[in-house]
Design a binder for this molecule. Structure first.
Ligand code: HEC
Length: 480
């Protein structure tokens, strides 16, 4: 753990230096009088881009022939992130592509400095259309939040088009570097989302427009769940912490007040909540027990799980009908099936052996399958929950690199798996970063990915690049 932390620190520090080093030469767009008008940008695209980026044969599927088409993105994801010129692929390709300023490397005319400044200013202004419409502003569109743990950022993905449509930069909000955003929990109606910051010891609250509206102190917070029927958020502790408090965080979402609930076990980690909010299930990285916390009475019931060494429970997922919970274990590489229909606590009904280090599990909307990445083998396992057996293993896919988080889209069409893609120490049995980004910008070798899996075919249909160390994913949870 320590090793990874130090590595990540080194990587990101160098990013900062690069960034501040460039600062003075690149005044903020707008300050130099660059236009932020779509008409100006459109003229540039028409002049220098649409010869290749228009119509059904557009290069990489990216069409720059209208404002609407520009925001459909390429076959891989977005070209532009509104309000974030620095991380917009289209601008990175024009300013720091190692092969030359795109499309100059293909033998056609590069963008001029003025043209780049105009595009940047327009992106920083939110990339508005001619009549001022900002892309991806519909408040009811489903959002997936990706905690980019190594980059102090959150990438916000639109689940209709599967591309990054916003970013939240924690350093720009005043949080220190290496705050380590880890996991996100989202209100059922999408109105607010919550983020754990491992190293800043904080849980943050954002509204739908990604504005920071509240924060609370919590030591080394890890996974987060929301009580669907009440005001509480619960948090376990991060794996990064070797001896965190033996308690669970209970936070009132309305006031952001925190209480600690003793859980009588070291390193509380895996976490889930029943659909009626009455029971919180929590497990330990160091002991084979599952605690069931009864919200109303405050009772805590413990179930010991057999095993000759700690299983190291990583994550829990509850079926849409609320009757079954599946847990994953890092060290013993199993999926545990628990029956939740009893009144008191959990009943272990089955264990399924799987590939090494199953990470965050997630049920599909139909309740038939559970998906998780296997962090040490760069695979994704799909469990058949009728037969209680492995139905499929996805492997050998670019972008599958130390899989970590998981989520489903509310319409049930997609499962998302995030990937850390970190550098590993020499000789480590977990593979070094295996995803090599599509474009070399000199600073992006370790960016994480989010894989989009079509739940009807169980195939990966898209590889979305995010930022360093894509860890926990958050989307509204499906309950039936
Ligand atoms: C001569 C054809 C050509 C021209 C002109 C061209 N592109 Fe491209 N573009 C490509 C090709 C081919 C790719 C695929 C990557 C590669 O081969 O470099 C690409 C990739 C891209 C991508 C990345 C898409 C992805 O997700 O991988 C962006 C963004 C992009 N172009 C923007 C532009 C912009 C902006 C212009 C105008 C300034 C432009 N391109 C002009 C051919 C072109």
């Amino acid at each position: 753990m320590d090793m990874r932390f130090v590595k990540g620190l080194g990587l990101s520090l160098s990013l900062i230096l690069v960034f501040t080093g460039l600062g003075p030469q690149h005044p903020a767009p707008g300050q130099i009088g660059a236009s932020s008008d779509w008409a100006v940008v459109d003229a540039v695209f028409q002049n220098k881009c649409v010869s290749c980026h228009a119509g059904p044969e557009a290069a990489r599927g990216l069409r720059l022939d209208s404002w609407e088409n520009t925001f459909l993105g390429s076959d891989f994801g977005e070209a532009i992130i509104p309000y974030d010129a620095e991380n917009s692929l289209l601008i990175e390709l024009a300013t720091k592509y190692k092969k030359g300023s795109h499309p100059n490397e293909l033998g056609t005319e590069a963008l001029t400095t003025d043209e780049i400044e105009s595009i940047k200013a327009w992106v920083q202004a939110g990339a508005p259309s001619q009549n001022g419409e900002i892309p991806f502003s519909n408040p009811t569109d489903p959002r997936l939040y990706v905690a980019d743990q190594g980059a102090d950022m959150v990438s916000v993905i639109d689940m209709n088009t599967n591309q990054v449509v916003r970013t939240v930069n924690l350093m720009k909000l005043g949080f220190n570097h290496m705050s380590m955003p880890h996991h996100v929990a989202v209100e059922a109606d999408g109105s607010f989302w919550y983020l754990s910051l491992i190293m800043n010891d904080k849980i943050l609250k954002f509204n739908r427009n990604n504005e920071l509206v509240g924060q609370a102190d919590a030591v080394r917070p890890g996974l987060l769940v929301l009580d669907p029927s009440g005001d509480y958020l619960y948090a376990g502790r991060s794996m990064m912490s070797v001896s965190p408090p033996e308690s669970m965080v209970q936070l009132k979402r309305s006031t952001m007040e925190v209480e600690e609930i003793g859980v009588l076990m070291p390193r509380p980690h895996a976490l889930a909540i029943s659909h009626d909010g009455s029971s919180v299930y929590l497990s330990s990285l160091a002991q084979n027990r599952v605690a069931t916390f009864k919200n109303e009475s405050g009772d805590m019931i413990f179930d010991e799980i057999e095993g000759d060494r700690p299983h190291v429970f990583i994550g829990f997922t509850i079926s849409p009908d609320g009757k079954t919970m599946v847990g994953t274990s890092e060290v013993t590489s199993k999926a545990f099936v628990f029956d939740l229909t009893g009144q008191e606590s959990v009943v272990l009904t089955d264990t399924i052996g799987v590939l090494r280090a199953p990470w965050h599990p997630v049920y599909t909307a139909d309740g038939k399958w559970v998906y998780f990445g296997n962090n040490w083998t760069n695979t994704i396992t799909i469990l058949d929950m009728e037969k209680h057996q492995v139905a499929k293993v996805i492997e050998g896919v670019n972008g599958l690199a130390q899989p970590h988080g998981s989520a489903t889209s509310p319409d049930g069409r997609y499962v998302y798996i995030s990937n850390r893609n970190m550098a590993m120490p020499e000789g480590h049995s977990k593979q070094d970063h295996v995803y090599h980004p599509r474009y070399d910008f000199g600073d992006n070798a370790h960016i994480g990915t989010v894989l989009v899996i079509d739940t009807t075919t169980q195939e990966i249909i898209k590889i979305i690049e995010t930022e360093e160390y894509a860890s926990g994913l958050g989307a509204a949870i499906i309950r039936k």
